[in-house]
Design a protein around this ligand. Sequence first.
Ligand code: SF4
Ligand code: SF4
Length: 268
Amino acid sequence: MAYVKFDTPGKGVLVDLTKCVGCGSCSLACKLWNDLGHDDEVPDQGPDAKLSDKNWTAVKFFALEKDNEPVYRFVKNQCLHCQHPACESACFSRAFQRTENGPVVYYPHLCVGCRYCMLACPFDVPKFQWDKSFPLVTKCQMCSSRVDKGEAPACVGVCPTNVMTYGDRDELLAMARKTIESDDKYIKHIYGEHEAGGTNWLYISDIPFEKLGFRTDVTTRPIQEYSHEFLKYTPPVIVAWGGLLSAMYVYTKRRKEVAGKDKKDVPM
Ligand code: SF4
Ligand code: SF4
């Protein structure tokens, strides 16, 4: 299976977790830009905040201790927009594609609903619309239509404390390195520099990442390398599912119509 490779790292976002006050403006901006609506089951802010098909970004609250003092931290989660996305590699119908500018975009009209992307993602990002008659996979698209116009994602600009900086990934990495080296309070680690082969969303923090819900056991090897191994099992699955996939043509066509109405930031 051929994948388009881009030499340039593209645009990204640097998140400085020491600056977040947990106001939730970023999550609200995401919902408004993408017409996502409120999730009655899953909160997008607070200690139980989680990503869901309606929460493409969520701000999780942590009560911790630092130097024997209580401290509170807030972590904004969303798709990390991997440089070598496992979701893209696992998807035989090309519904996930990394764009030249950096965002990893999900194209609902190409999706057959197998949900391999959900298995492949090391960060548990893609979510399925279990309650819909014509369900899709959903996730943060990094506001790809805005990024294509040279604009930052909707969440970035609304943050009142400038937690997020948008720009070229190379420049963000240099900025992150300078920040953590010049200030003792920071952990000497840039999350996303190497995780899963590198991600376009990067994080710096004064609290160890494992205490903030980040996966720190994720490989630094590009996951695409071995999700191709996983994909070698796909052809028999396709054969076995041949009849089913044919029947899904009508289903997918209908979903394309629904997606066209529902999604504002999903190029078709
Ligand atoms: S975080 Fe998951 S969904 Fe996002 S690009 Fe990486 S593998 Fe894909
Ligand atoms: S808008 Fe900024 S300060 Fe408010 S929750 Fe989001 S990242 Fe934190």
